[in-house]
Design a protein. Sequence first.
Length: 118
Amino acid sequence: MTDGQFNVGPELKEVIDYAKRNEVTIYAIGLGTPEGGRLKEGGFSRLDENTLKSLAFSTDGNYFIANDSEKIKAAYTDIIQPRILEVPHPVGGFLAILAILLLIVHWWLSNMRYGGIP
């Protein structure tokens, strides 16, 4: 949840590259208005929808605008929905090597003095 203004930290491209490299999905919830306004604590906030959309869509996420509590609730409801993600398990090569090693050990033991029960 942010107004999308980058005033601290890395640039947008660096954030997107980092998220992609680490397979992080970003769901951005925009607060405020494009016209902006003064904050109670001081300062000025303007909603930067282009930045938030770029951040979300570049990481396969989604962008939500939260003008009121119902839209915030709807955004969180959508974000927490279960999603099916296929995660590859590249263990086929490892299991094949393990099986071959076990066969070699079995053959060696069966052809040595441990081959039969006395």
